[in-house]
Ligand binder design. Structure first.
Ligand SMILES: O=P(O)(O)OP(=O)(O)OP(=O)(O)OC[C@H]1O[C@@H](n2cnc3c(O)ncnc32)[C@H](O)[C@@H]1O
Ligand SMILES: [Mg+2]
Length: 197
């Protein structure tokens, strides 16, 4: 395999996948690169895995090629796992990273550092025409900061401090993030499926 389609319209995810795939000589393309407009797939699942499968199967059966999808988000223990599968639309339907961060910070106001544990979760699904879909989960544990730090990455990265680090995810380089991220961890689990399944 020398090229893979990621069924996403999130450029931040695409950049993460490029860092993970390009060293293996695999070119990454996304729904943003296609000439045809692909309408949004409704994420009606209750879990990251269900949503990832919905996305990879829909696009793979439409285009009749192998497809990888990613459904991911942030689980905050003090908020009973919110925003979870609603991470992209936590502050409203129109997907606004800054408004989502503001909502998390406001909901965690007054909660001290040792009660701010959280994790990023990523489900990656691989669908190939005529074959069963495979799905795997990756995690990255950490805590939620009280203010934004750093400019790299996307989404909630500026307020997420990975376990064992003294900076936010947005202060790590793309390579450093790939080495510890939920996305990197999920992808490392499925690496050997790419050619075999
Ligand atoms: O469905 P696609 O088109 O892939 O793009 P999306 O942005 O809607 O993606 P999701 O439905 O999987 O929602 C995931 C949200 O979780 C957050 N998120 C996921 N991975 C992240 C990461 O590595 N760093 C920061 N935030 C992340 C971010 O807000 C995403 O918008
Ligand atoms: Mg989405």
């Amino acid at each position: 395999m020398n090229k893979i389609l990621i069924a996403t319209k999130n450029q931040g995810k695409v950049e993460d996948f490029k860092v993970l795939f390009e060293p293996k000589g695999i070119e990454v393309v996304s729904l943003l690169d296609l000439d045809q407009t692909i309408s949004n797939i409704e994420e009606t699942g209750k879990t990251f895995s269900e949503n990832a499968i919905l996305k990879s199967e829909a696009i793979s059966s439409l285009l009749k090629i192998p497809v990888i999808s990613d459904d991911s988000g942030l689980e905050i223990d003090a908020l009973d796992g919110e925003p979870g599968v609603y991470s992209a639309r936590y502050a409203g339907l129109e997907k606004d990273d800054q408004a989502n961060i503001d909502k998390v910070l406001s909901n965690l106001k007054g909660i001290n550092e040792n009660a701010r544990s959280a994790r990023f979760v990523c489900a990656i699904a691989l669908s190939k025409p005529g074959k069963d879909t495979s799905v795997e989960l990756g995690y990255c544990e950490g805590t939620i900061l009280t203010e934004r730090r750093g400019k790299n990455g996307f989404g909630y990265d500026p307020i997420f401090k990975p376990l064992g680090y003294n900076c936010s995810m947005a202060e790590l380089s793309p390579d450093e993030k790939a080495a510890i991220s939920h996305r990197g961890n999920a992808l490392r689990k499925i690496a050997d499926w790419l050619d075999k399944r």
